[in-house]
Design a protein around this ligand. Structure first.
Ligand code: F6R
Length: 366
């Protein structure tokens, strides 16, 4: 059942190239139009959207952080990301031109479902992104994109996260196209690059095992670890820290790298692991200078870095490589080393990676 893998978590991490491919199948017409026919919203309704809330919990919430960057960047629609358990108990600004995007692997998370119901009563259009066909989130939304992760057995989400990010990228591309902010030619090019991430994930899986193991050795006896990055790298860091906490019980926190000197740098003492997502992007140099400050205080610096970036060799104690991709697609590739790292640390610490203590696969009570 585990297909030759020692645990479901590793099996599911290795399924991710297929998840990317399956989630994208049939999504672009030969004419270069995004095809999301399950949307449940007319082109006029889509064009009228002037505010987006992404609501979700846990890992799905982190997929939402990535979506915010994409929707605001491409479609220029103001986008908020909120934990469903917060959204439902406050009084968010909802009008008929508000789109609420609910992201839930299981499609049955109690808070997410309650938030959907509330948003619909207040008049929002609700769009669901879920992995489970016919789940409550799918049934109670105006439209739905199904992630094609297939059943996820390990409690910690990996492949469903990648399916969510790919689906949210499609939604952002569609909104950009509807808002005439993207030409057909641009949409085609971006779609092709998005599809290429399947191969790029495969490359990471095929080549980075040893680097991940080395990084895990630097973390395994630590009391705590810090994940840092900027922009997409920050969003990836939040997810990396959650994954590590969940499966290895090693305390971890994530910060936008620019926030380090406002507090968390006080944590750094010799041997403290800092895990950075420092792929090539507009803020690469800024992240590197934050890492130098950590290094100067004795931190063990583990970096997820772009293939071919030699500059990073000077400060990193350990480097896990990812292929060069456009920054907007970096979450799809750069999340994978952090999933592998979390699992490897957990294995070294003797944890059950598929069934972490105190956690349930779906959270149907509040
Ligand atoms: C983390 C994890 C959880 C879920 C969260 C939301 O690995 O699996 O944080 O992401 O409980 O679950 P869904 O997506 O089913 O609503």
């Amino acid at each position: 059942e585990k297909g030759g893998y020692p645990d479901f978590m590793l099996k599911e991490i290795h399924e991710q190239p297929r998840v990317v491919r399956d989630t994208l199948v049939g999504r672009m017409t030969p004419a270069g139009e995004l095809d999301i026919d399950e949307l449940g919203l007319s082109l006029e309704e889509l064009n009228d959207i002037d505010r987006v809330y992404v609501i979700a919990c846990g890992t799905s919430y982190h997929a939402g952080l990535i979506a915010k960057n994409l929707i605001e960047g491409w479609a220029r629609i103001p986008t908020e990301v909120e934990a469903a358990s917060e959204f439902r108990y406050r009084n968010p600004i909802i009008t008929p031109t508000t789109l609420v995007v609910a992201v839930s692997q299981s499609g049955e998370t109690a808070d997410t479902l309650a938030a959907i119901r509330d948003a619909r009563i207040k008049g929002a259009k609700v769009f669901g992104i879920t992995n489970v066909v016919g789940s409550p989130v799918a049934r109670e939304s105006d439209g739905v994109i199904y992630t094609k992760a297939n059943k996820e057995i390990a409690v910690a989400s990996t492949k469903s996260f990648i399916g969510q990010v790919v689906s949210l990228t499609l939604l952002a591309l569609l909104l950009a196209q509807v808002k005439y902010r993207l030409t057909t030619k641009q949409a085609r090019m971006l779609f092709r690059e998005l599809s290429d991430t399947a191969e790029q994930i495969q490359w990471i899986l095929d080549t980075q095992t040893e680097a991940v193991h080395e990084a895990a050795l630097l973390c395994k006896d630590a009391q705590s670890a810090l994940f840092v990055g900027r922009g997409m790298g920050a969003a990836i860091s939040y997810e990396g820290a959650l994954k590590l906490k969940e499966v290895s019980y090693l305390h971890a926190e994530a910060y936008a790298a620019g926030e380090m000197k406002h507090g968390p740098i006080a944590l750094i003492d010799p041997g403290f692991p800092v895990i950075a997502v420092a792929t090539k992007s507009a803020t690469y140099d800024k992240t590197v200078s934050n890492l130098m400050e950590c290094k100067a205080r004795g931190a063990k610096v583990i970096v997820v870095a772009t293939e071919g970036d030699e500059e990073i060799n000077k400060i990193a104690d350990c480097i896990i490589r990812v292929p060069a991709v456009r920054d907007v697609f970096s979450p799809i590739t750069a999340s994978v080393p952090l999933q592998l790292l979390a699992r490897e640390v957990a294995i070294l610490r003797g944890c059950d990676v598929d069934q972490p203590r105190n956690l349930a696969k779906s959270v149907t009570v509040e």
